[in-house]
Design a protein around this ligand. Structure first.
Ligand code: NAD
Length: 476
């Protein structure tokens, strides 16, 4: 999105980067090396469809190769352009460093409106785009590993991995060339929900620290907090679902492309999702008031605002009017650099994108490791774990009977204790640990160093410090 009087998305990311490096004491040369995007490949390719040749434009930007492979989603949208993929690739570099996944940053995009094409047409377009990237090693298990993003899903990842396998028939690690694949095609349990799940874990961790909650002018836990979500796609839907169903958050409003719906009692996320599927938008959803002014709903009074659609939606044009004291950046770059400054001045706390939505890349990392290991998580240990737990339970029950102690273990406890962890539980455990660990590193800087005034700056400092160390140890 290009906004009048505001820097582009990439410039916005660079401005945020510049704020952070000011307090880090790196050499100007190293700062520049970390900041710039290493390369951006543009491809224009033709596909014969509907009796004519259609030319499509796609990009794959590689921001930093301090760690390889580089990692980042592929986006399908008409708004895709070089500036955007470079900005998103930079965010991927910092995000991967922050949550300690061993990747550099990349991002891809195709200028296309997926809703205008049939499934078989999209498959041919995707395979052709993948072909162009694969033959240049811009999709490759050890060099560049894409994932889903806006407008793409498991379906496109399945086509991409199949295309890679056709072109690399003897590559034993072929499945690791892309993540976010369907479970039956080398995917991992919990990847589809991962970004939303990570956002939930991020918010839970924030609310575990009363001092941090107080900085946003809030108190107590998540239960009963009023939220507004923009974008009910993969990320927005899962975030809203988990927060409302598991943490007692009340969802006041959902903003979609066609407008917004509001209900003071709270919206049922599943029901809204079904409604959108059937009707193509939120308009007319029963029991809620509709407003055609979707962006206007961002300004409604609530406790937690969750932009989960696209970049630049909170900008100098509306930042001053926002009422939410806490913003959870589910989308990448939803707040422009100018708006970020205005919000800081108002005392709004922003849980920044590079941390908040890192659940996707974290579980992608687990999927990549699973593909390279050629074995699912928990397969070797699960029954062994169950057998050892059963040994303990049997012994306790024997002791109780022999010594006439009268102990009984509740059936619920026994059931839960005896069950060995499956892949989904292990993935969620690894994700939770990652989100908690990253937040704690950020908050230490936020609290201990007065010049680090906000969580975004703290996130950049943690990430850039790791990348700088990596470059330095390579002798750069
Ligand atoms: P998606 O295509 O599944 O969903 C996007 C949703 O936003 C759709 O429902 C769409 O209708 C809606 N939307 C688009 N423009 C809108 C607008 N102007 N106003 C209101 N609603 C609008 O995409 P997604 O994968 O959920 O990605 C959303 C954001 O999250 C993007 O910024 C993406 O980069 C980021 N993200 C995604 C992942 C992931 O794993 N999918 C991971 C990290 C970050």
């Amino acid at each position: 999105m290009s906004l009048a009087g505001e820097p582009s998305f990439r410039e916005s990311v660079d401005l945020m980067f510049n704020r952070a490096v000011r307090v880090m004491g790196l050499s100007p040369g190293l700062e520049e090396k970390i900041r710039v995007c290493n390369s951006c490949y543009t491809v224009r390719f033709g596909v014969r469809l509907r009796g004519d040749i259609h030319t499509f434009t796609g990009y794959r930007a590689v921001h930093s190769e301090h760690a390889e492979p580089v990692k980042g989603g592929i986006r399908y949208a008409m708004s895709v352009n070089q500036d955007e993929v470079e900005a998103l690739a930079a965010l991927m570099t910092y995000k991967c460093a922050l949550v300690e996944t061993p990747f550099g940053g990349s991002k891809g995009g195709l200028r296309i409106d997926p809703s205008k094409w049939e499934e078989d047409e999209l498959e041919r377009i995707t395979r052709r785009f993948a072909y162009e990237l694969i033959k240049r090693d811009l999709i490759n298990p050890s060099q560049n590993v894409p994932a889903p993003d806006m407008g793409t899903s498991e379906r496109e990842m399945a086509w991409i991995v199949d295309q890679y396998q056709r072109m690399n028939t003897t590559d034993i690690n072929a499945l690791a060339c892309v993540t976010g694949k369907p479970l039956h095609q080398g995917g991992i349990a919990g990847r589809v929900e991962a970004t939303g799940r990570g956002l939930q874990y991020a918010l839970r961790e924030f609310f575990r620290h009363p001092e941090d909650v107080a900085r946003a002018g809030l108190s107590g836990g998540l239960e009963g907090k009023r939220a507004i979500v923009q974008g009910l796609g993969n990320v927005g839907y899962h975030t809203a679902k988990f927060l409302t169903e598991e943490d007692g958050v009340r969802l006041l409003a959902i903003i979609e492309r066609d407008g917004a719906i509001f209900s003071a009692e709270g919206l049922d996320v599943e029901a809204v999702r079904d409604w959108i599927r059937l009707n193509g938008g939120v308009k007319g959803f029963p029991g809620a008031t509709f407003s055609a002014d979707g962006p206007g709903m961002l300004e409604t009074d609530c406790d937690i605002l969750i932009p989960a659609a696209m970049e630049g939606v909170i900008n100098l044009g509306n930042a001053a009017r926002l009422k939410a004291p806490l913003i959870l950046e589910a989308a990448n770059g939803p707040i422009t650099a100018g708006a970020d400054e205005a919000l800081r001045e108002k005392g709004v706390v922003v849980i920044p994108d590079m941390f908040a939505n890192a659940g996707g890349v974290t579980v992608s990392y687990f999927e990549w490791v699973k593909n390279l290991g050629h074995i699912g998580f928990g397969r070797m240990e699960r029954r062994q774990e169950e057998a050892r737990h059963k040994l303990l339970i049997d012994e306790l029950e024997r002791l109780s009977a022999d010594q006439d102690l009268g102990w009984t273990l509740s059936p619920r406890f026994k059931h839960r204790y005896l069950k060995g962890a499956d892949e989904l539980e292990l993935v969620r455990s690894g994700l939770d640990d990652t989100m908690r660990g990253a937040y704690q590193q950020m908050r230490v800087l936020w609290h201990d160093r007065p010049e680090i005034t906000d969580l975004r700056m703290a996130a950049y400092v943690v990430a850039i410090d790791r990348i700088a160390k990596s470059y330095k140890s390579k002798g750069l």
